[in-house]
Design a protein around this ligand. Structure first.
Ligand SMILES: Nc1nc2c(ncn2[C@@H]2O[C@H](COP(=O)(O)OP(=O)(O)OP(=O)(O)O)[C@@H](O)[C@H]2O)c(=O)[nH]1
Ligand SMILES: [Mg+2]
Length: 223
């Protein structure tokens, strides 16, 4: 058991080093990097498509898509006109910083202002792996149940932003937005919550404004 703990600690330490190198690189480029984490099907790629529609004319965007299999999500972003690369983990339930570094080196992306990293769909293992991002984003769709922040506390505590997705479905499901807001406030007192629907556009303006504010702040402070 002690050996398992030791190996895990070493893996995480190596990841931290790779993440620190990436963070230095993103800082030098003054590029904002988001790490999106949620259960499968919560609406990560659809939110990115809506974000590209809203921000694409003003900002240079790029995407890294993490999945077990298929190029589908990277294809969806490329179809929106932004450069995107797919990382296939072949079974691993999260992305790590070395994979992200290799993907960027191999992709030959043109310079970007904002890089979206969509992690493998899963609320648990991606939480521990720093990808050099500026902040993590936890997505929770209204179809998943309003008890999830307290059931999966690590991600909602670490994500600077919680995006509730699929708000257009609220009339059809039992989901108490205030209960979710209260759980997120307990887990992450400084965190923000944005309620969105990529279908109706609700909250997309607020979400994109948040990205633009964070990018502007990074440009002011990054050296
Ligand atoms: N009604 C509604 N459906 C949505 C919304 N956003 C996404 N969906 C649907 O939810 C399904 C999953 O969306 P994706 O964006 O592929 O979800 P994902 O989180 O990227 O999924 P994985 O990459 O497999 O983890 C699709 O059928 C979308 O059309 C929304 O705002 N409202
Ligand atoms: Mg996706």
């Amino acid at each position: 058991m002690a050996e398992v703990v030791d190996v895990r600690a070493r893996v995480l330490a190596a990841n931290e080093e790779a993440a620190a190198r990436l963070r230095g690189r993103f800082g030098a480029d003054k590029a904002l990097v988001l790490n999106l984490i949620s259960s499968p099907g919560s609406g990560k790629t659809t939110l990115l498509e809506a974000s590209v529609r809203a921000l694409g004319g003003r900002l240079r965007l790029a995407g890294i898509e993490g999945d077990i299999a298929t190029e589908r999500d990277a294809d969806r972003l490329r179809a929106m006109g932004i450069p995107a690369v797919q990382i296939l983990t072949g079974g691993a339930c999260h992305l790590d910083a070395r994979q992200v570094g290799k993907a960027i080196d191999g992709a030959g992306f043109p310079a970007f202002d904002v890089l979206f990293i969509e992690n493998v769909g899963n609320l648990i293992c991606p939480t521990s792996y720093d990808l050099g991002e500026d902040f993590k984003v936890a997505l929770l769709s209204v179809a998943e149940g309003d008890d999830k922040p307290f059931k999966y506390p690590a991600i909602f505590a670490r994500a600077e932003v919680t995006v509730v997705t699929k708000s257009d479905l609220l009339p059809h499901v039992t989901f108490d937005l205030d209960a979710v807001r209260a759980q997120v406030a307990v887990l992450n007192p400084g965190g923000r919550m944005v309620v969105t629907s990529s279908k109706t556009g609700e909250g997309i303006g607020e979400w994109c404004a948040l990205i633009e504010e964070r990018l502007a702040a990074k440009r002011r402070t990054a050296r």
